[in-house]
Design a protein around this ligand. Structure first.
Ligand code: ADP
Ligand code: MG
Length: 698
């Protein structure tokens, strides 16, 4: 087998000493193809020999790492077979126990070898760990010249990799060889200026110290550098997108706007300060001969619809058409009802386009759109279909933006000649995350609620209090208020959920024969849904039993009670959105979260958070803490952001630093043509090809 002593970053791993074709194939599955990939295969954690706990001082419940010698291995047969590995460290004996993977694991360890075990200590005739993580150490590790500090890297590994010897020990050996072989061939990719200003260690040092740190400090310096790189290149992509977009031509809506003026001065309320500011920002964008690409962030109830209408009218005032796209039919219908009142007053011709329409009706709408007789169209994603042709589309507003795929957004934009785009989201996103996910958009924030709102009182109750909760609902409804009763809708069990909502509805009608109760769910026909929503809005229906279809956008100010059944099954942002449906008028409102059965820690935390918090941004932050950023709605569609070591929440400061540097660099040398930026450009090309593909659209 050919192996190379001198390596460059592009060398395929199979030519690295100790790898070969078989291991290379398995590594490829883990995404590791080249020497460079290997260098970026970071340890999952580190074992600090100076912090290892002696077996003698273990106590039940401790989460620790023990290093010891394997004394014996034994499979005990019984009701449940188990493998017991006894480990000694000179101060005592620890038993490690496995119930699964016995046959494989009993071959893994050899008597007399040194192994690190990590896990939670339980006590059963002495200290024991069940299914601990393990890492085989070796003489070599302790004498490794690269590893002087006693901090041992532990690598992510799969069973497949372990079978070919690529456990942590195997990776240490290989990375030791790679680092030696590649020495002198790792070139700096960041401009010197940035390295100095941001106090970063060199890339070469970072890559060697991330694998074999001399001490805690140099490990941290290495991590900081590598995190910076991930964040910096991501921001560089965004900076480039933003720059190319800002140079894109667009329509200049810069003439007087009689309709917009009449609309704003005719409102029954005064705009909040932040509504006024955001409307000004949007007007300025639309007046410029460039394309608007703006994100409007505003908590539920902050009054985004008025802002949207002002943006739509801005184009209509200039003889262009305007479109509003909503994520669900119900929401599209809602918007249609609200906007139609305004449009009728102004003499603006408005239409609705959605999936379940009669074909004749639909045909008329399509014709009117293409002839330009419809000025304002409200719709679902039906708007992006091929058959939909605009006469001259000038502005697009997309509500609840995170529900649409990036591609759908792009498609709608292509329906006109460079229409302005405003995307609206009620999901508050912590600043650090917004900077990344929407780093290429301009951001406007509605950070003020219309005055006179009373915060919704929120109560979390267990199901044994259900009767009382419903009695309270009854009382409030008799006082003239309206109520929502929400049932969860989880896609996997849609039928069951629907059954639960239907049953709940029937039980309520039996229980409260004096109330007018209606059921609303996604499987109903469009007309039925519309009827029901209309009746609720008009106050004819007093209690609306619904699956989560009302999650976004429904606006009925007289509704002041919300009961959420099985609240433990909802996510935090979802609960917050739902709660935002009440407390929109001048009456005090309540939201009651009913939970069933034993709850997970996370569920307890969510419900507790809802009781204590009203601020959407705070709630979103807690949500991120609980779930991690990958889970956040909106993140998935962006695919892998290429972050392995950086964390968008905990590394917020570093992210902002990286962003500043990336945007500065883009301003000073947009195409990275200068000599001192050549390596940076190459690194950017490499990364954006692999990781940021999706970010290019949208
Ligand atoms: P969201 O941001 O959740 O979409 P909406 O636009 O639906 O919020 O507005 C919520 C409610 O507040 C609506 O009934 C709307 O008419 C009302 N509203 C909007 N702006 C104001 C304001 N400045 N003063 C009083 N009420 C307002
Ligand atoms: Mg809304």
């Amino acid at each position: 087998m050919m192996t190379l002593n001198s390596l460059i970053l592009e060398t395929p791993v199979q030519y690295v000493k100790g790898i070969g074709p078989k291991r290379a194939a398995l590594l490829a599955r883990a995404g590791v193809r080249t020497v460079e990939d290997l260098l970026h295969y970071y340890p999952r954690r580190y074992l600090d020999r100076s912090r290892v706990v002696p077996i003698r001082s273990l106590a039940a419940g401790d989460q620790v790492t023990v290093v010891g010698t394997v004394l014996s291995r034994e499979v005990r047969r019984g009701r449940r077979n188990r493998l017991i590995v006894s480990v000694g460290d000179g101060t005592g004996i620890l038993q490690c126990v496995w119930f699964q993977g016995i046959s494989y694991l009993s071959d893994v360890f050899n008597n007399g070898e040194t192994v690190a075990f990590s896990g939670k200590v339980t006590v059963y005739r002495g200290p024991q760990m069940v299914h601990p993580e393990y890492d085989r150490l070796s003489e070599a590790d302790e004498n490794n010249p690269l590893n002087t500090g006693g901090i041992i890297p532990l690598y992510p590994s799969t069973e497949g990799l372990r079978r070919v010897g690529l456990d942590s020990r195997g990776f240490r050996r290989i990375l030791g060889a790679v680092l030696t072989g590649v020495e002198g061939n790792i070139h700096e990719i960041l401009p010197k200026r940035i390295i100095e200003r941001c106090r970063l260690v060199s890339i070469g040092q970072a890559l060697s110290q991330i694998h074999f740190p001399n001490d805690e400090d140099s490990l941290q310096a290495a991590q900081r550098r590598l995190k910076f790189d991930e964040l910096f290149f991501l921001q560089l992509v965004l900076a480039h997108q933003k720059m190319s977009r800002s140079q894109e031509q667009g329509i200049a809506f810069d003439q007087p706007k009689p309709l917009t003026r009449r609309f704003l001065s005719g409102l029954s309320f005064h705009l909040t300060g932040s509504q006024q500011r955001v409307i000004d920002e949007i007007e300025a964008d639309m007046a410029a001969p460039r394309r608007m690409n703006r994100l409007l962030q505003g908590d539920v109830g902050s009054g985004k619809t008025v802002v949207a209408m002002a943006a739509l009218l801005g184009a209509i005032d200039h003889g262009y058409q305007a479109a509003l796209m909503a994520p669900t039919e119900i929401l599209a219908e809602q918007h249609y009802m609200t906007l139609r009142e305004w449009a009728d007053d102004l003499g603006v011709r408005i239409a609705l386009l959605k999936g379940g329409q009669k074909s004749g009706e639909r045909q008329t709408v399509l014709e009117d759109l293409s002839r330009g007789t419809v000025q304002l169209i409200i719709g679902t994603h039906a708007l992006v279909q091929e058959k939909v042709i605009f006469f001259c589309l000038g502005v697009v507003v997309i509500d609840e933006q995170h529900r649409f795929g990036v591609l759908q957004r792009a498609k709608l934009r292509l329906k006109g000649w460079k229409p302005d785009v405003l995307v609206m989201t009620a999901t508050p996103i912590p600043r650090t995350l917004a900077l990344t996910l929407y780093g290429d958009l301009d951001v406007s924030v509605l950070d003020e609620m219309p005055s006179g709102r009373i915060p919704v009182r929120t109560y979390w109750r267990t199901h044994d209090r259900r009767e009382k909760v419903y009695a309270f609902l009854h009382e409030e409804v008799l006082k003239g208020r309206q109520a929502y009763v929400i049932f969860p809708l989880v896609e996997e069990s849609e039928k069951l959920d629907l059954a639960a909502a239907t049953e709940g509805y029937q039980a309520l009608t039996v229980h409260f024969p004096d109330l007018r109760i209606a059921l609303l769910h996604g499987r109903m026909k469009s007309e039925e849904k519309e009827e029901t929503m209309k009746a609720f809005k008009a106050g004819l229906v007093q209690v609306l039993v619904s699956t989560t279809v009302v999650e976004v956008g429904v606006d009925v100010p007289n509704a002041t009670i919300m009961v959420i059944e099985h609240a433990e099954r909802f996510g935090l942002t979802q609960l917050h959105q739902l709660r935002g449906r009440v407390g929109r008028g001048t009456h005090a409102a309540s939201c009651i979260l009913l939970s069933y059965g034993r709850l997970t820690d996370d569920a307890v935390r969510r419900l507790d958070t809802m009781e204590k918090n009203h601020d959407g941004l705070r709630i979103a932050e807690i949500d991120l803490e609980i779930r991690g950023p990958g889970e956040l709605s909106g993140t998935r569609q962006h695919g892998d952001l290429g972050l392995r070591i950086a964390n968008l929440i905990t590394d917020g400061k570093l992210l902002e630093l990286a962003r500043r540097e990336a945007f500065d660099l883009t301003n000073s040398d947009p195409k990275l043509r200068r000599q001192e930026h050549v390596k940076t450009r190459e690194a950017l090309m490499k990364r954006s090809k692999h990781q940021y593909g999706l970010l290019q659209v949208g």
